[in-house]
Design a binder for this molecule. Structure first.
Ligand SMILES: O=C(O)CCC(=O)C(=O)O
Ligand SMILES: [Fe+2]
Length: 289
């Protein structure tokens, strides 16, 4: 039993056909899903059951689930699942409604960033609330040889609460508790990483305005900002970006080592209800290219 894959994006993103929850016990199907994820970086499975158990089962292919550190966003019966919602939900801060807006890779500010993220459209609007993805391996490959030589070996400082603009509505300076600040100190990762499973060289930075990239180690701010701005513009240029328009039951699984993503929930009117189930899996320390 095998699956077929339709390419949806510019050179990446595979729609994996022929997967039903009945087949999640079939080891050939599972290994072809995993192979599709590594080669296409983002995979889309349609009509996945909107239920906790099948999502937890398929997530085990990608690594151990990492329950969200904010208990209020967890699924009430299954802590491995986070529920993202653009609605007012009990116990949640309003900032959580726009979770994921702005380009990022999940947990890039942690010593061990995520491997895969699985996001299931439980309730999606007819229009809007799309998710954007960009291919960071292709972004590296399409740089000039001179730029590749210049950036290989550089290291980048990341910090969860860092924003250039502290007045930004999503600035985490404003809402992290002391314990949450202590749990997210500055970390340093290579600017170009070697993917641990495919060996691809990938840019490991993203231009989120609220989480993140502080600067390049050993460079003054002006030089670091200019170099990063050029790389950010390149890696989010239209020819590297795929826009996912959600249908209910879409399960999108992405590789955080070879892609970045951005929710567009900041542009979604609140009468358009959007609820997603999410699992992220534990990864390893990024390797330098
Ligand atoms: O809601 C989305 O479209 C993406 C949210 C996000 O960044 C994530 O789940 O990691
Ligand atoms: Fe994310």
């Amino acid at each position: 039993m095998t699956v077929t894959v339709n390419i949806l994006g510019p050179g990446f993103v595979g729609e994996v056909m022929g997967v039903t929850s009945r087949l999640l016990d079939d080891s050939d199907i599972l290994s072809s899903i995993h192979a599709a994820y590594l080669s296409h970086k983002v995979i889309v499975i349609r009509d996945f059951p909107i239920a906790a158990d099948p999502l937890v089962r398929i997530s085990e292919l990608f690594g151990p689930a990492d329950p969200h550190h904010v208990a209020a966003v967890r699924h009430p019966d299954q802590p491995k699942i986070t529920i993202l919602s653009n609605q007012d939900e009990p116990g949640r801060k309003p900032e959580m409604k726009k979770f994921g807006a702005g380009w990022h890779s999940d947990y890039s500010y942690m010593r061990r960033p995520s491997n895969a993220t699985l996001l299931l459209g439980a309730e999606v609007p007819g229009e809007g609330g799309d998710t954007l993805f960009a291919d960071t391996a292709r972004a590296f490959d399409t740089l000039s040889d001179e730029m590749k030589r210049k950036i290989i070996g550089l290291k980048v400082r990341h910090e969860y609460r860092f924003t250039k603009d502290r007045t930004h509505p999503g600035a985490r300076w404003n809402f992290l508790s002391e314990a949450e600040q202590a749990a997210t100190p500055e970390v340093v990762h290579p600017l170009v990483i070697r993917h641990p499973e495919t060996g691809a060289h990938c840019l490991f930075i993203a231009p989120s305005s609220v989480s993140g990239v502080k600067g390049i180690v050993g460079m003054d701010d002006a030089e670091s900002d200019a170099l990063l701005a050029g790389l950010f513009a390149h890696m989010t240029s239209e020819r590297l970006v795929y826009r996912h328009k959600w249908r209910p039951g879409d399960l999108v699984i992405w590789d955080n080592r070879s892609t970045i993503h951005s929710a567009t929930t900041d542009q979604l009117p609140s009468h358009q209800v959007r609820r997603m189930y999410r699992i992220t899996t534990n990864g390893s320390e990024p390797l330098a290219a």
